[in-house]
Design a protein around this ligand. Structure first.
Ligand code: FEC
Length: 308
């Protein structure tokens, strides 16, 4: 019987407007943003009620996963912790806590289904660093991707079908979205884009969708080109073409409600679409949906299956 640590890794979020500057500085690798940049980011948080629910949702996911693993009664003991990349509780602290609890194995799961060296790669690098800094000698099982897992795809399809209800298929366009990243990743052979398009295509096939495409959202203004097409530009083009009256956005690259969903989609993209005369709907985030928790439990089972 093993004591197994499960680390759920998410992006992180400031807990108050006062923490926005420190959070933004961390995202920028220690470079302090200008007062104008901080104020602009604080304003986005203000528009969604002052803070993002990402921390609470990640905590709820961890509680639900712990309960599910317990109910599966494998004969192992599981310790589920959350670790954030850019805010407390940081990945490093979560790894230290799990080691202090005497785990012999660690399953590291990114709460982002698609692999990019800049996102998931960075999560795993933080775990490896934390283990090396502490001289830990335990088995590390890294989950790199799970965007094509059948349970995840089913969960996304169910939420999308719900959002499509009552809309006429011939006048409705589905846009799958994910966070943009610097376009140079394409040339570097990063699998992010291929994995996203594969997930979107599978969900579209599950639902028999005919009118759908993929767009990127939330690109930063860093001065270099980012992956496109950009969601707002695609909305403009759809309105100009004139065949579509309804748009349903399915943010397949995200699993939780947070700033990039609640502001970039529900405020910015919605306002843009409505100005263009399009109706706008978004499929609900999975958050702690039982099928998402089942997906995470399955990832744990698959990871420890060969090693426990
Ligand atoms: O709800 C919240 O408070 C946090 C929302 C949030 C999520 C998220 C996910 C991803 N990001 C990814 C890449 C980048 C790159 C940069 C970047 C910048 C920001 C900024 C904020 C922010 N991100 Fe984010 N991201 C979230 C929030 N992100 C705020 C800073 C302001 C801005 O640029 O808009 C650019 C870094 C730089 O400037 O050098 C790159 C990726 C994901 C999805 C994967 C994941 O969840 O890990 C990729 C949630």
């Amino acid at each position: 019987m093993a004591r197994i640590g499960i680390l759920l890794m998410a992006y992180g979020t400031p807990r108050s407007l006062a923490e926005v500057e420190a959070y933004y500085t961390h995202i920028r690798g220690g470079r302090r943003p200008s007062p104008e940049q901080v104020a602009a980011l604080q304003e986005r948080y203000r528009r969604i009620g002052g803070r993002s629910p990402l921390l609470e949702i990640t905590q709820a996911q961890a509680r639900a996963l712990a309960a599910r693993l317990e109910a599966m009664a494998f004969g192992h003991t599981f310790r589920v912790r959350i670790g954030m990349r850019h805010s407390p509780p940081f990945i490093e602290e979560a790894v230290a806590d799990l080691l202090a609890e005497g785990i012999s194995q660690l399953v590291a799961i990114p709460l982002a289904p698609h692999y990019s060296q800049m996102s998931v790669g960075a999560y795993h690098a933080a775990v490896r660093r934390a283990l090396a800094d502490r001289g830990a000698d335990i088995a590390l099982l890294e989950i790199h991707r799970w965007g094509s897992h059948p349970l995840f795809l089913r969960a996304v399809a169910i939420r999308l079908r719900e959002a499509l209800e009552g809309l006429p298929p011939e006048a409705t366009h589905v846009l799958f979205t994910a966070h943009s990243l610097p376009a140079r990743l394409r040339a570097e052979g990063d699998p992010y884009e291929t994995e996203l398009l594969d997930s979107a295509g599978r969900v579209a096939r599950l639902l028999g969708l005919e009118r759908w495409t993929f767009a990127y959202q939330s690109a930063s203004a860093t001065g270099e080109p980012w992956l496109g097409p950009d969601l707002l530009e695609v909305l403009t083009d759809l309105a100009r073409e004139g065949q579509v009256r309804h748009v349903v956005v399915c943010p397949i690259g995200f699993i939780a409600d947070h700033l990039e969903v609640l502001y970039d989609l529900d405020v910015e993209a919605r306002e843009h679409a409505e100005r263009l005369g399009l109706t706008f709907r978004r499929s609900r985030s999975l958050n702690d949906d039982p099928l998402l928790i089942e997906t995470l439990a399955a990832l744990v089972c698959e990871a420890i299956g060969g090693s426990a």
